[in-house]
Write a protein that binds this ligand. Structure first.
Ligand code: HEC
Length: 279
């Protein structure tokens, strides 16, 4: 009787040990498969005097101060190139995100950032004594641009592709398709094939629920294309857009009618999964 009891206790212990280990394993797996994100901590670099050579830049029509400004600054894209190993980064499919003190996180394509001269301003030449910056007045509040303000000397502030964040603390790189899982038809096996085709051929130019490229129109929100196109026409259009529209920008992608039908089935499925897209 006693040995049975002991055996029981021992097997409980073994079971416990195994399942704990299993949990650990799962955790490790999760962190390994998560997309690696590369972060550049600008404040830490400054503390270690690793920002690089500083210079004075002039910004005409500064969008924050609404006048011409001069700043002490360092070359931002050069800093990024020096401090991050970009050799393994798929530059075309990566975004640079500017993290600010208040959690504001504007982003732009890394490729665009790398090909443009940009500067991290850390001090305003016209700052009053005892401060790094002239005051910024926003919504009646006074603030400053500490620790960094991202500026350009050759880009007009009207160009919406470029971001001018201040209070910047970090740069980080993330894949453009980070949110792609959100578009997966998790509860419908049949739509999976179409999703894979969409991901392969379409997502670089078209978004669904705001996720994806912007060269072509969003295909799901507020109206899904399958809600205003006849299905057979839509299938044919995707195979050969030029047979519908003159001077069409959408390329003929070499997909078959069968594949196009699968994509349309996926698009139909997504019409039931709309998520309001912020403008
Ligand atoms: C290189 C970019 C590009 C790719 C890749 C692309 N499209 Fe397009 N698509 C466009 C553009 C741009 C338009 C707008 C019409 C035009 O000028 O061609 C468009 C239009 C459309 C339309 C018509 C939308 C409407 O409201 O009338 C549909 C549907 C569509 N695309 C589906 C797809 C699908 C599905 C794929 C993948 C198989 C795909 N596109 C791949 C650029 C692209």
């Amino acid at each position: 009787m006693k040995t049975v009891k002991i055996r029981f206790i021992i097997s409980c212990l073994i079971f416990c040990f195994l399942s704990c280990n299993k949990q650990k394993e799962q955790k490790i797996e999760q962190t390994v498969t998560a997309q690696p994100e590369m972060v550049l901590d600008l404040v830490a670099l400054q503390a270690n005097s690793k920002l690089g050579k500083d210079t004075v830049v002039t910004v005409i029509n500064d969008p924050v101060y609404h006048k011409t400004k001069k700043y002490h600054a360092v070359n931002a894209s050069l800093l990024l190139k020096n401090e991050m190993d970009l050799s393994k980064v798929d530059i075309k499919n990566t975004l640079i995100v500017f993290e600010c003190i208040d959690g504001y996180k504007p982003e732009m394509p890394l490729e665009l950032f790398l090909e443009t001269k940009s500067f991290l301003a850390f001090k305003d030449v016209d700052a009053p004594k005892g401060s790094n910056w002239e005051k910024i007045v926003k919504n009646g509040n006074e603030m400053n641009a500490d620790p960094f303000y991202l500026v350009y000397t050759s880009i007009s502030a009207d160009n919406q592709k470029y971001k001018w964040p201040y209070n910047v603390i970090k740069f980080h790189l993330e894949p453009k398709n980070k949110n792609i899982e959100a578009l997966q038809p998790k509860d419908d096996e049949a739509a999976m094939k179409g999703f894979e085709l969409f991901q392969k051929y379409c997502i670089t130019c078209h978004a669904i629920n705001g996720i994806g490229g912007e060269m072509g129109p969003e295909l799901n929100y507020p109206k899904n294309v399958t809600e205003y196109w006849k299905e057979t026409e839509l299938v044919d259009y995707i195979v050969n857009p030029a047979s519908f529209r003159n001077k069409v920008k959408m390329p003929t992608l070499g997909i078959t009618k069968q594949e196009s039908q699968e994509i349309v089935d996926y698009l139909k499925y997504m019409s039931g999964k709309k998520i309001e897209v912020r403008k």
